[in-house]
Design a protein around this ligand. Structure first.
Ligand code: AGP
Length: 367
């Protein structure tokens, strides 16, 4: 049956609001609530023997992979190489024995990602595929098929598929750590408990829809917008910038907060809003000093943080968005919501075609 918009104005809006449900659905197929353990679908290789992970994807799916790199390294202590598919396939990458090549894709048909998959297969890599369309070309070629259960995603800007990719990747990284003997049963249970908190935290983030809609009027007139983040929130800054570019046509860049002074700070004046993604925690102080650098140059900061972070650094910001206080593992999932909503509402203010932005296709099946 055709997918309907229901009470929503756009598919993208509907898909943003579906995230708590589809993330719960996806987690449900990887986590056992009875004993808080992680289980993957059947496959026939030994995860504990994987010596290197190579992640390849495009666009938003690539940013999910960038977040996962932090998790694989942190939990499974496995080296991770990551690249966009269009670069990876032509750079003659070193593919050694014992390598797991992971391909992340909503459609499972992206031409560059599929070509990279075949290249890795020919070069003896075990092929893992995280995909939302279970009948897709990539799904058919997987040794380890990890479906996301986001349901059909219609909006060209990917939202709910991304959230589900993150959920699956977190489960996979933790499971690999268990298999390698690096994560105890207690630690596994704790990871599962935190992941299961994600749907409720996503709902809490969605509660800020109205505030973000009013804030969008402040951002819509901008010609350029910068997004900053650290650690796993750095890829989220890249994702925020991509979302805004795609649907509002405002030029936006994502940067690692600490990189700003190595170049982009030259752009800062009172006309360039700087969106800072910074949950409170060990790296927060560092991000606050980056915010000071922006402010000292007349820059306007929008701070997205939790109550603790906003109390510490919210004063003097152009605007703030309060996120629930969440475990660092699920912060990227939760912080995706405000950047999606911001891009969405800015696009609505500008009157662009949210679901079918100019020059873009849902699935890029040509090189
Ligand atoms: C995201 O909003 C994009 N429209 C785009 O970057 C997309 O993520 C990319 O083309 C990859 O698509 P896939 O996940 O279907 O492979």
């Amino acid at each position: 049956a055709a997918v309907e918009k229901g009470n929503y104005r756009h598919f993208m809006q509907k898909e943003i609001f579906e995230q708590p449900t589809v993330v719960a659905q996806t987690l449900g197929s990887y986590l056992h609530r009875a004993d808080n353990s992680i289980a993957l679908p059947q496959f026939d290789f030994d995860l504990s023997q994987i010596r290197r992970v190579t992640i390849v994807a495009c666009g938003t799916s690539f940013y999910a992979g960038m977040v996962a790199k932090y998790w694989f390294e942190q939990f499974a202590r496995v080296p991770v190489d990551i690249d966009v598919a269009s670069e990876f396939r032509y750079r003659d990458p070193v593919l050694e024995e014992g390598g797991l090549a992971l391909f992340i894709s909503q459609s499972g048909e992206t031409a560059d990602t599929l070509a990279a998959l075949r290249h890795c297969k020919e070069n003896g890599q075990t092929i893992g595929v995280i995909v939302n369309v279970p009948t897709s070309s990539m799904a058919r070629e997987a040794d380890l098929l990890l479906p996301t259960h986001a349901g059909p995603e219609i909006g060209v800007a990917s939202t709910k598929a991304f959230a589900c990719q993150l959920a699956v990747l977190a489960a996979l990284a933790a499971h690999m750590a268990v298999k390698k003997g690096l994560m105890s049963r207690d630690e596994e249970q704790e990871v599962v408990r935190h992941l299961l908190e994600a749907p409720a935290c996503l709902n809490a983030a969605l509660d800020h829809d109205d505030d973000i809609a009013s804030m969008a009027h402040l951002i819509a007139p901008a010609r350029d917008v910068l997004y900053l983040g650290r650690g796993p929130d750095y890829p989220m800054a890249l994702e925020g910038a991509l979302k805004l570019k795609e649907i509002s046509y405002i030029h936006a860049e994502g940067y690692a907060s600490g990189e700003m002074k190595h170049g982009p700070i030259a752009l800062i004046d009172d006309k360039v809003p700087v969106i800072v993604l910074a949950p409170s925690g060990p790296l927060f102080e560092k991000t606050v000093s980056n915010m000071e650098e922006v402010r000292a140059r007349g820059g306007q900061v929008v701070l997205i943080s939790d109550a603790d972070g906003l109390e510490q650094a919210g004063e003097g910001c152009l605007a703030t968005i309060e996120m629930p206080k969440v475990h660092p593992l699920i912060a990227p999932l939760v912080y995706a919501v405000p950047v999606q909503l911001l891009a969405y509402h800015v696009a609505c203010v500008k009157g662009t075609d949210v679901d079918q932005p100019r020059n873009l296709a849902k699935s890029v099946t040509v090189e």
